[in-house]
Design a protein around this ligand. Structure first.
Ligand code: NDP
Ligand code: 2IT
Length: 449
C-alpha cells in the first residue's frame, strides 16, 4: 500500500470526496510503486494528485423575476499527459471544489483505460437547474460560457454533461461558445445529433456499464438473463442502463431520484421506461409520479437520516448504482450481501464508499468500480471528437460495436492488471493499476512539467 501523498491531506484536509478518490487509487498502486522506482524518483504520485490548473469564476445571471443571482463556476484541469482535459460539467447545489477534484481525478484514470487520447478534467457549478424555467437555464448557461470559453477548446479541454447537464444545457453552452469564438468545433461533446453529436452518446455510459457487467458474469459462466436488478437514479445513466438490461433479458425493479425510489415487482419494461423518459427528460417531473401511472408499484421517500438507503433493501442478484457518489455505504453493502447479491456494477461515479467496496471484494462478489464500468460514456465522447475531426457521422451500429470492443478491452485490461499483481478477479485494483501505469508512463516520458 502506498501512502497518500502528504500534500493531499495537508493542503486540502476538508476535501473529503477528493481524499476518498485519491486514497482508493493509492491503496491499489503500492505494489506498482515498489516495482517501478522511477515513479517515486520522479514524484509521480505527488504530481498526479495536484491539478494542472483550477479555474474558479463568478456566474451572474438574471432570474425570471428580474432578480440578480450569482453562482460559482469551476473547471478542474487535472492532467493532460495523454490528451486534452476531458470530463463532465455538473450542475447541482452540492458542487464544490472537492467534488470536482474527485471527478477530475477519476477521469484521469478512467479516460486512460478507454485507450483513447484523453486527459482528465471536470467542472460545474452550484446552480440548481431543477425548478428553473428554460429561459433561466439558458441565461445561466450563457453566463457560464461567457467565462469558460477562454479556457476550453477541442485541443485543450473538452467538457460534456454530468449530473444536471443534459442535451438542453449542452445546446445552450455550445451556442454561446460558437457565438463568442465564431468557430464550429468539437469543443463540447454530447452535442445534438443534427449539429455534431454522435449516435449512441446519450446511451453510452449505461450501455457500456451493462456490457461490462455481462463480461464479468461471463467469467463465472453466467449471464444477465432473468436476473433481478436494482438500478438507482432515473437520469441519463440510469435510463440507458435500464434499457440495455431489459434488452439483455434482465428484470429491473427499481429507479430513484433524490426524493425517493419506486419498486415495481413486475419489472420496468420498455413501455414503462418510455414513460420514465418522458417524465424525467421532457416534463422534468419526479419519480414518485410513476405510481400515478402504474398503481401496482410502490414509492418510498428517501430517508437521508436513516443508516441505510431503503432502495438497497430489496432482494436482487445484480445492482447498478447510477445516481451519485457514496450512495451505497457499509450497512447497505451488508444488506445486499445478506440478500445474496452476485454483482455490483457502478454506473455513477464512486457510488460505493470505501467500506462498501471492501465488503464486496472480501465476499468475492463481482464488483466493478466506476472508472472502469462507466467509461463507455467518455469513450463515446472520444468517438464523437473523432467523428468531428474527420467531419463524418458514423452509423449507430458502428459506434455501438466500437463501444462493445472498448468495454471488453477495459474489462480484460483490469483482469490482466489484477492478475499481474497477484489479486486475480479484483477489478478495483486492476482498474486503478492499469489506468495509473498508462498516465504515469506518459508523465515520465514528458519530463518534469
Ligand atoms: P442526471 O442528472 O441525468 O441524473 C442524475 C440522477 O441521480 C437523477 O435521478 C437525480 O435525482 C439523482 N441524484 C442526483 N444527485 C443525487 C443525490 N445527491 N441523491 C440521490 N439522487 C441523486 O445525471 P447522469 O445520469 O448523467 O449522472 C449520474 C451519475 O453517472 C453521476 O455520478 C455521473 O458522474 C455518472 N456518469 C455520467 C455520465 C454521463 O455521460 N452523463 C457518464 C459516466 C458516468 P434528482 O433529479 O432528484 O436530482
Ligand atoms: O462521468 C463521466 O464519465 C461523464 N460525465 C462523461 C464525461 C465525458 O467527457 O464524456
Amino acid at each position: 500500500m502506498t501512502e497518500m501523498p502528504q500534500s493531499t491531506q495537508v493542503r486540502d484536509p476538508h476535501e473529503n470526496e477528493f481524499i476518498q478518490a485519491v486514497s482508493d487509487v493509492m491503496t491499489s498502486v503500492g505494489p506498482v510503486m515498489d516495482k517501478t522506482p522511477e515513479y517515486r524518483r520522479h514524484g509521480i504520485t505527488e504530481r498526479i494528485v495536484e491539478p494542472e490548473r483550477i479555474i474558479t469564476f463568478r456566474v451572474p445571471w438574471m432570474d425570471d423575476m428580474d432578480r440578480v443571482r450569482v453562482n460559482r463556476g469551476f473547471r478542474v484541469e487535472m492532467n493532460s499527459a495523454i490528451g486534452p482535459y476531458k470530463g463532465g460539467l455538473r450542475f447541482h447545489p452540492s458542487v464544490n471544489q472537492s467534488i470536482l477534484k474527485f471527478l477530475a481525478f477519476e477521469h484521469v484514470l478512467k479516460n486512460a483505460l478507454t485507450t483513447l487520447p484523453l486527459g482528465g478534467g471536470a467542472g460545474g457549478t452550484d446552480f440548481e437547474p431543477k425548478g428553473k424555467s428554460d429561459g433561466e437555464v439558458m441565461r445561466f448557461c450563457q453566463s457560464f460560457m461567457a467565462e469558460l470559453f477562454r479556457h476550453i477548446g477541442a485541443d485543450t479541454d473538452v467538457p460534456e454533461g454530468d449530473i444536471g447537464v443534459g442535451s438542453r444545457e449542452i445546446g445552450y453552452l455550445f451556442g454561446m461558445y460558437r457565438k463568442l469564438r465564431n468557430r464550429f468545433t468539437g469543443v463540447l461533446t454530447g452535442k445534438g445529433l443534427g449539429w455534431g453529436g454522435s449516435l449512441i452518446r446519450p446511451e453510452a455510459a449505461g450501455f457500456g456499464c451493462v456490457y461490462f457487467s455481462a463480461q464479468m458474469l461471463d467469467t463465472r459462466k453466467d449471464t444477465l438473463e432473468r436476473k433481478t436488478c436494482l438500478v438507482s437514479g432515473s437520469g441519463n445513466v440510469a435510463q440507458a442502463t435500464t434499457r440495455k438490461l431489459i434488452e439483455m433479458g434482465a428484470k429491473v425493479v427499481t429507479l430513484s431520484d433524490s426524493s425517493g425510489h419506486i419498486y415495481d415487482e413486475q419489472g420496468i419494461d420498455a413501455d414503462k421506461l418510455a414513460f420514465v423518459k418522458r417524465l424525467k427528460n421532457i416534463r422534468r417531473g419526479r419519480i414518485s409520479e410513476y405510481i400515478d401511472q402504474y398503481a401496482h408499484a410502490v414509492y418510498t421517500p428517501a430517508a437521508p437520516d436513516q443508516a441505510t438507503n431503503p432502495l438497497w433493501r430489496h432482494r436482487a442478484q445484480c445492482v447498478f448504482p447510477c445516481a451519485t457518489q457514496n450512495e451505497i455505504n457499509k450497512q447497505d453493502a451488508y444488506l445486499l450481501i445478506n440478500n445474496n447479491v452476485k454483482l455490483v456494477c457502478e454506473g455513477a461515479s464512486m457510488p460505493c464508499t470505501a467500506n462498501a467496496q471492501d465488503i464486496f471484494i472480501d465476499k468475492k462478489i463481482l464488483y466493478a468500480p466506476s472508472k472502469a464500468a462507466n467509461a463507455g460514456g467518455v469513450a463515446v465522447s472520444g468517438l464523437e471528437l473523432t467523428q468531428n475531426s474527420i467531419r463524418l457521422s458514423w452509423l449507430g451500429e458502428e459506434v455501438d460495436n466500437r463501444l462493445k470492443i472498448i468495454m471488453k478491452g477495459i474489462h480484460d485490461t483490469c483482469l490482466a492488471a489484477a492478475d499481474a499483481y497477484g489479486r486475480p478477479g479484483n477489478y478495483l485494483m486492476g482498474a486503478n493499476i492499469a489506468g495509473f501505469i498508462k498516465v504515469a508512463d506518459a508523465m515520465l516520458d514528458q519530463g518534469l512539467v
